[in-house]
Ligand binder design. Structure first.
Ligand code: SF4
Length: 405
């Protein structure tokens, strides 16, 4: 790979997961459907940046912070965020609202102006440009600073690699020194004395603290980081299949590990890929419950594949600005549907009352008529009369959710 390599912690961790995934993502730049957990994390990071943006009091009020979150959240659709439905996006919004409120209430008494939020720095090491964006840098006094990285996922315990990379990038950083000296002119040298992951999940907001890496630890870490960068420069992109990395990988259709006897993905498959071991043929289970477990997994995977395909098709059609397209056997049509949602139900109902429109909304929908049959305020005679009009039948609804293992 000629020229400078732009390198970062996320690139390093992707490569360590699977070098081929790195290639698909950063070299081939293949499409990946949006992920709701990234959208959620980004929204909370923006809120924290806004909250700590003031250089001196007054800091934003809780209402201002919530308004900021709402405006930002509503600037993209649930599809763009990667949620499965508008309901799930709404649940995400509610979760964010609760986290922000709890965070504000827990920390508002100790708000302060940090040295920097979203501090971006690039440091060149030979032909490798390492980029880091530090969520927050706090000044602790006496030239000491603390590095804070926000986390929003379920995982709480982490290795300090990411913080060690920031420690390395901030060492002797002139821009950071100037920022600190602008407020504390007597400070001579800046040093990282504390590093932490702050888990943005209420109500504890767990903090995982680390002391700065010693010279020896840093040497080891840096040798590892540069080793990864060197392998990328040498274009060593072998697949590293495994339960965790493959399970959530969007590139299976291009990956030779998953397409051993298909032509799919040949454009991307590396000819030098070692022959992968073919898993032994699975015997059809005799026990119906075992068979059901297999079918449930197949059904769940097929549904996920359908959803991913739908997102990919919509995204490409929007990108190409077309609303109809033909495959060899099927055509796809894209129709824009206007959606309306009233998030503040109480306010909406009050407004309907004020406008004298409430009566119009209580329409005799099938669901409401069915509910009358179980309504204790409806007499038996009325229920009988209604039942005489009804066709009673049975239907089955199958839901599929991913099991948390
Ligand atoms: S499917 Fe697995 S082996 Fe293939 S690129 Fe993705 S993570 Fe790597």
């Amino acid at each position: 790979m000629a020229g400078k390599l732009s390198f970062s912690y996320s690139k390093m961790s992707t490569y360590q997961e699977c070098p081929l995934k790195y290639k698909f993502r950063y070299v081939d730049k293949l499409y990946e459907p949006p992920k709701y957990f990234f959208a959620f994390g980004t929204a909370l990071h923006k809120v924290m940046e806004y909250l700590y943006s003031s250089q001196k009091p007054p800091f934003p009020t809780l209402q201002e912070v919530l308004d900021f979150f709402k405006k930002d959240w509503e600037s993209s659709t649930w599809q763009e965020k990667g949620y499965e439905s508008a309901e799930k996006e709404l649940a995400g919004y509610d979760e964010g609202f609760i986290i922000i409120t709890a965070y504000y209430q827990k920390f508002c008494k100790e708000f302060f102006a940090p040295v920097s939020t979203e501090f971006r720095t690039t440091v060149d090491f030979g032909d490798i440009s390492v980029v880091g964006i530090v969520d927050r840098i706090d000044y602790l006094g006496g030239g000491k600073i603390s590095i804070v990285d926000y986390k929003t996922g379920k995982k709480i315990k982490r290795e300090p690699d990411q913080l060690m990379m920031y420690q390395k990038l901030l060492f002797g950083n002139k821009e950071l020194e100037e920022r600190v000296k602008a407020c504390h002119p007597r400070v001579k040298n800046i040093e990282v004395s504390n590093m932490l992951f702050l888990h943005l999940k209420g109500p504890e907001f767990e903090q995982q603290r680390f002391s700065p890496a010693s010279d020896e630890e840093m040497q080891d870490f840096w040798a590892r980081a540069l080793g990864v960068a060197d392998s990328i420069k040498k274009e060593k992109f072998d697949a590293n299949p495994g339960e965790m990395q493959c399970r959530f990988c969007d590139f299976k259709k291009y990956c030779p590990v998953w397409n051993l006897d298909k032509s799919a993905g040949r454009d991307f498959a590396l000819e030098q890929q070692p022959q992968q071991e073919i898993p032994p043929a699975v015997q059809e289970p005799q026990n119906p419950l075992d068979k059901l477990s297999i079918l449930a997994d197949r059904y769940g995977k097929a549904l996920k594949e359908v959803k991913d395909l739908e997102q990919e098709i919509i995204s490409l059609m929007r990108q190409e600005d077309i609303n109809r397209h033909f495959g060899k056997e099927f055509e796809v049509n894209l129709t824009k549907i206007k959606t309306v949602n009233f998030k503040d139900r109480k306010k909406t109902l009050d407004t309907l009352k004020e406008l004298n429109l409430l009566g119009k909304t209580v329409a005799p929908t099938l669901g409401k008529i069915k509910a009358l049959l179980d309504d204790p305020s409806v007499s038996d005679g009325q229920k009988e009369a209604l039942s005489a009009l009804a066709d009673f039948g049975e239907e089955y609804k199958l839901d599929c959710i991913k099991t948390d293992k």
